[in-house]
Design a protein around this ligand. Sequence first.
Ligand SMILES: Nc1ncnc2c1ncn2[C@@H]1O[C@H](COP(=O)(O)OP(=O)(O)OP(=O)(O)O)[C@@H](O)[C@H]1O
Ligand SMILES: [Mg+2]
Length: 252
Amino acid sequence: MTAPALAHPAVPVAPVQLHQVSRHYGTGEARVQALADVSVTFPAGSWTAVMGPSGSGKSTLLHCAAGLDRVTSGRVLLAGQDVTHATDATLTGLRRRAVGFVFQNFNLIGALTAEQNVALPLKLAGARPSRQVVRAALAEVGLADRARHRPRELSGGQQQRVAIARAMATRPSVLFADEPTGALDTGSARTVLRLLRRMVDTAGQTVVMVTHDPVAAASADAVVFLSDGRIADRLARPSAAQVAERLTRLEG
Ligand SMILES: Nc1ncnc2c1ncn2[C@@H]1O[C@H](COP(=O)(O)OP(=O)(O)OP(=O)(O)O)[C@@H](O)[C@H]1O
Ligand SMILES: [Mg+2]
């Protein structure tokens, strides 16, 4: 018999759940409803792509789910914790322990080497990572030989892999990525997508990824489509052609 899910609190059944989440920005005439009554669950050990036209609320969804932004109403559960009304200190702690974030433009610190960049979140979380641990993280993304290089000495795809190693260093229960392949050429993008797939398949990582690229979305297990801040559709294991077709109808 398999053990009940509750026996493993470190691996919750669904590390991210949004219940009827709305997010407004601004007031009066400047008021924008970035998310409107969004309910979505990102299951453990799965990879979900979030797609939709520009301004449809994808980044807002990611930021609210990751505890980087506050919701106007609704509830967010992250790594088994209700973070809706959490204090800033609680949120910061949770982000450092439970969440990894990868950005389109990598956001590496230019003055630090690859290994120093990877070690940073561990240090912020209060750990004193050994060089061995950091080198192992770089080896996992195929960059063992680039540990002493600074970001400007690396290609875009290599920088994004360092950013993924950094995001994964604290073994977060969920990895959020906002257009992680957006700035990459086709070959580098494919390398990053393969890496994410391996993390999901072999380490049971949960990944939530915003992308504009139907090929990238088709690498995921499911695709959630946003339109005007609402969930418009969800497809399981779609082909790139199906994703493109659905997206065209949303943008039309
Ligand atoms: N800090 C903010 N202040 C005011 N409005 C905002 C803010 N952040 C986002 N918005 C608005 O909320 C809506 C959703 O923005 P969001 O960044 O989530 O879109 P997106 O789907 O990620 O778009 P893109 O594909 O262009 O990145 C947009 O209309 C945007 O202008
Ligand atoms: Mg965005």
